[in-house]
Design a protein. Structure first.
Ligand SMILES: [Zn+2]
Length: 143
């Protein structure tokens, strides 16, 4: 017998109930944090290996950081439309959760979106001209 918890009063509800028997609040499905984390990691993970190449001027800040810190910036060669698709997939995974996301640029030549995570945010930039996806991690969420 599976149960769920009311979003509003935290009382146990029966799984088939759409509204809480105690307070009448409608049950809303909450995306668990780990799903969001997985979606973000899946989008970013493939960039980690390529991101190890840190001899470019834009990566100087990364080099100065302690080794224990996760990569904070990476870029990979990817078709513009595929890049956009990946970013949008991550964004749709966080819709309705506490994780904010925003599209900053959406043009034929560039797509840029910021997605907030547990410990900051990631800025993902897709560029059509050089077919690159650049991900930059920050420690804050300025949305
Ligand atoms: Zn309730």
């Amino acid at each position: 017998m599976s149960t769920k918890v009311c979003n509003s009063c935290k009382k146990i509800m029966r799984f088939q109930d759409t509204h809480c028997k105690t307070c009448g609040a409608e049950y809303k499905k909450v995306t668990p944090k780990w799903i969001v984390a997985c979606a973000v990691l899946a989008a970013l993970g493939f960039g980690v290996v390529v991101g190890m190449d840190k001899n470019r001027e834009s990566d100087k800040k990364t080099v100065l950081q302690p080794v224990e810190t996760n990569f904070s910036s990476s870029n990979v060669v990817i078709e513009f439309n595929e890049c956009k698709g990946r970013v949008k997939a991550v964004q749709s995974a966080v819709v309705g959760t506490q994780y904010k996301s925003a599209v900053l640029v959406d043009t034929d030549i560039a797509y840029m979106a910021r997605i907030c995570t547990n410990d900051g945010s990631v800025l993902i930039t897709c560029s059509a001209s050089d077919r690159k996806m650049v991900t930059t991690k920050s420690n804050d969420c300025p949305l």
